[in-house]
Design a protein around this ligand. Structure first.
Ligand SMILES: [Zn+2]
Length: 256
């Protein structure tokens, strides 16, 4: 079954490459974009990551005045957040997981070790807390108590033609999404790659909470799955996506 793949982008901000690529020298800037993704197939849309509210973006220092809202993006992509059934979480950092009551009917698919890390050590240790939404625990409680949380160990077929694979590295339970598209397997790498330059220059992401070695293995895996074809890869934060793929609605990019 062939799925259509869309990236939804609220916008981005200028950052130094040293905050994106591990041990890159300072002094060279790039555009860091935010993304969530929509998969379209016969069984209805499927969301990959939730993005974040403007309220949380402001708390975290994102330039929210210049960003499209999540509601605007979902509407432009024709997704009704009130009836959406399935959300895959690539990981649980604040820019990828923030509910605050959104998606009340959806079931969330996340790696068990991602949830366990952030519920225990990561969610309690002060330095690591920066990666989480300030309502992380309320959001997790809401979907757990509503029996809308599904835990994955390693690899899992979430739907016909949509598979997740644990890669770790950037976050303990980081997972990539492999989607059967009309042009072959498309990989939503999310933050397993911060940018295309991870592969081009063979440099791990600057943020690697679990391990650099896992980041490098993840990069290798994305390369194997796609033959290194950048037209079948979407990184987690690369503004180059805006130029590489057609914009079919405001902030909506057709990837495959
Ligand atoms: Zn991210």
């Amino acid at each position: 079954m062939a799925w259509e793949v869309y990236a939804l982008c609220p916008g981005g901000r200028t950052v130094d490459w040293s905050t994106r690529l591990y041990l890159h020298p300072i002094g060279e800037t790039t555009t860091s974009a935010y993304f969530l993704w929509v998969l379209r197939g016969p069984k209805g849309p499927l969301l990959v990551d939730t993005g974040f509210t403007h309220r949380l973006g402001k708390v975290k220092g994102a330039p929210v005045e210049q960003l499209r809202t999540r509601e605007e993006l979902l509407e432009a992509a024709g997704v009704d957040p009130g009836t959406l059934r399935t959300v895959i979480l690539t990981h649980m950092h604040w820019d990828h997981f923030d509910l605050e009551g959104a998606f009340p009917k959806a079931t969330f698919w996340v790696q068990r070790r991602e949830l366990e890390f952030w519920r225990r050590y990561g969610g309690q240790e002060p330095w690591h807390q920066r990666f989480l939404s300030d309502c992380f625990f309320e959001d997790v409680d809401a979907i757990r108590s509503g029996r809308r949380l599904q835990l994955i160990d390693e690899s899992y077929q979430v739907a016909d033609g949509v598979r997740v694979e644990w890669v770790g590295g950037h976050s303990p339970g980081m997972q990539i999404v492999v989607v059967e598209s009309a042009t072959g397997p498309f990989v939503i790498a999310s933050d397993a790659l911060t940018s295309y330059r991870n592969l081009r220059d063979w440099m791990p992401p600057a943020i690697h909470i679990n391990s650099v070695a896992e980041c490098l293995d993840a990069m290798k895996r994305v390369e194997v799955l796609t033959g290194g074809d950048e037209r079948r890869i979407c990184p987690g934060h690369d503004g180059e996506v805006w130029r590489k793929f057609p914009e079919v609605g405001p902030g909506v990019y057709r990837l495959a």
